[in-house]
Design a protein around this ligand. Structure first.
Ligand code: SAM
Length: 189
C-alpha cells in the first residue's frame, strides 16, 4: 500500500528537528547495540539519531519521499524500505528497539491488531517498543488518522509486555485540532 498523502510539508518542518523525546527516553532502556526499526520514519530525524548512537537501522515508511530522505544519509547501517507497516514482513526476534512515533494511528483499522502483534514479535527478549497512538478526543478535528484507541485498549494490546511508561498528553495543532495522544514505552518479556 503506497501512501498517496503528500507529506512534503511535514518532512520540511521536521527534518532538522531534535529526535522525539519519547525515543530518547526509550533508548535509556536499551542496553545492547544491534538492530532497531523506525516505523513510519518520515524525514528521518529519529533514524539519524539512532545511526549516531551506533545502531543498525531499518526504516519503513509508505511515502515515496523516503527514498530521497534516505539517499541523503550515506550510511551502510541504514536499510530503508518504502512499504506500509501493513505489508512489511517484520522479522521474528530481531530488533532491540521498535519505535513508532506519530504513525500508528495512520494504520488501516482492519490491520491494526496484526501490525501490533508483528511489531512485538519482531523484538528480541528485553527489546523495547515505544510509540504513540491517538485517542478520538475532538470529534470535529479534520485528521488523516484512521485508527484511534482508548487508554484501556492500548493497555490491552501491551498487556504481554512490561509497561515502563504510559503517559497521556493533550496536543494541539493550530486552533483547529485538539487531540489526546498516548505515549508508551514497553519491554518484551
Ligand atoms: C506524522 S508523520 C511522523 C513521521 C516521523 N515518525 C516523525 O515523528 O517525524 C507520519 C509518517 O507515517 C507514514 N505512514 C503513514 N501511514 C503509513 C503506513 N500505513 N505505513 C507506513 N508508513 C506510514 C507517513 O508517510 C509519515 O512519514
Amino acid at each position: 500500500m503506497m501512501d498517496k498523502v503528500d507529506w512534503s510539508e511535514w518532512y520540511d518542518l521536521t527534518r532538522a528537528k531534535s529526535p522525539s523525546r519519547l525515543l530518547v527516553e526509550a533508548l535509556s532502556y536499551v542496553k545492547d547495540t544491534g538492530k532497531v526499526i523506525d516505523i513510519g520514519g518520515g524525514a528521518l530525524k529519529d533514524t539519524r539519531y539512532l545511526l549516531q548512537k551506533g545502531f543498525d537501522v531499518t526504516v519503513i515508511d509508505n511515502s515515496p519521499l523516503l527514498e530521497k530522505e534516505a539517499s541523503a544519509i550515506n550510511n551502510e547501517r541504514l536499510h530503508p524500505f518504502v512499504i506500509s507497516f501493513e505489508d512489511f514482513h517484520f522479522p521474528i526476534n530481531d530488533y532491540v528497539l521498535a519505535s513508532a512515533m506519530q504513525c500508528l494511528s495512520y494504520c488501516e483499522p482492519a490491520h491494526f491488531s496484526r501490525v501490533i502483534i508483528d511489531i512485538k514479535s519482531s523484538l528480541k527478549e528485553g527489546g523495547i517498543f515505544c510509540g504513540q497512538i491517538y485517542d478520538e478526543y475532538d470529534q470535529n478535528s479534520k485528521s488523516l488518522h484512521k485508527t484511534y484507541k482508548t487508554a484501556d485498549e492500548i493497555r490491552e494490546y501491551l498487556k504481554d509486555m512490561e509497561l515502563i511508561l504510559f503517559k497521556e498528553e493533550e496536543t494541539e495543532e493550530g486552533r483547529t485540532k485538539h487531540w489526546r495522544i498516548y505515549n508508551f514505552i514497553a519491554r518484551k518479556k
